[in-house]
Ligand binder design. Sequence first.
Ligand SMILES: Cc1cc2nc3c(=O)[nH]c(=O)nc-3n(C[C@H](O)[C@H](O)[C@H](O)COP(=O)(O)O)c2cc1C
Length: 435
Amino acid sequence: MTTQFHLGWFMGFSPDEWNEPFANGGAPWDGGFYVEMAKALERACFDFMMVEDTLMVSEAYGHSREVYLKHALMAPKHDPAPLAALMTAATRHIGVVTTMSTMAYPPFMLARLCSTLDHISGGRFGWNIVTTGENASAQNFGMDELPPREIRYDMAEEYLDLVRQLFGSWDKDAVVMDRETGYYADHGKVRTIDFNGKYFKCRGPLNTAPSPQGRPAFFQAGGSPRGKDFAAKHADAIVAVGNGVAGMKKYREDIRSRAVKAGRDPDAIKIFFCITPTLGETEEEAKAKHARMINSDRFIEQSLAFIAGVTDIDFSAFNLDEPLPHMTTNGEQGSLDKFAQWGSGKTLRQLVIEASGGLVSSFELVGTPDQVATKMGEVMEEVGGDGFLITSPSLRMSRRYIIEVTDGLVPALQRKGLVRSAYATSTLRETLAEF
Ligand SMILES: Cc1cc2nc3c(=O)[nH]c(=O)nc-3n(C[C@H](O)[C@H](O)[C@H](O)COP(=O)(O)O)c2cc1C
């Protein structure tokens, strides 16, 4: 029996490839490049595109902005919400998920923006709920430093409670548009929420009409025990970087048992594991391409700067040819643990090379479209579900990479009956729940 699985794509509103031999981009700021990408992914019947976001120009690597700006790494990065409007206006089926931080958006503005985008997209909008993990971002919002993770999740719990109440402040049928009585909306079906919490206070009601999904699809990526509980309680879909096939299976089982404890049906949550396939006409060609990428000085510097940016640890301070000392972070602890392979005795250089795939690869996938499709099917069978979140191994997007996936890998998956060949639903939450 084949296990059919879902596909999503992880990207950012950042420069596409600009200095590779086949690159011709670097300034996608009118949104055209990503609109074109959305159309290509819709042709391949992806469930959704997820647009990541952070709110800073990092200085974590070498106490300087130099490496980040040199490689356009994490900056420049533009606001994903207007891009979501453009992408959904140009498509009809694919979902668009944007990242918005509970630290940065006042809850009322977040609920209003989500409702507006859910309308514009005809019910295809999702919110990636993040609490933010970097001091440099917190300092852009009036704080001297990031609150500890526990407090961030306390705030996020209260935030979710509030925005759910705002989404519920209008009954579904509150807009009546009754020509006879002259009523556009029935005021008896719209209520204040009078929310008065520890961190947030909001009177309500929301001032937007009820959207097609009622609320956006909720996405999350909890890595810590607290984060996993939060995701298991609230998320329609979870994105994660698995630690090999065994790690993926363990993570999925962990989330599903937390969901049961939270009183939810575990099948109502779809878990997407990050992968970064490297594809070639032949296996040799794919391997050569992969080796060329991970051994370049540029890749090593970019990978270290990236992991520094999400952990607030200055990796420029360590010798590349020695093992790392044990460390913890108030940022992305899971990413740090996976990267550092504590106790392995490996040098920093070895760790970076092994973390090939931009630190977001759950397991290695290098080969022809047919080989990679077969491997994806085998892994999904072992893990038990639910989907893969594809992203480019070089931390950069190019038309060529997108086409290799949409016109090489996806058709191979479709021939094996592993992914959908046509959309059967219209809203993002329905698409996620299709199988
Ligand atoms: C695939 C993936 C995508 C993520 N995208 C973002 C993002 O766009 N912005 C952000 O601030 N954090 C992002 N995160 C970080 C998570 O929101 C979360 O903080 C992290 O996984 C650590 O878990 P914890 O918060 O439970 O410690 C992402 C994590 C993963 C695994």
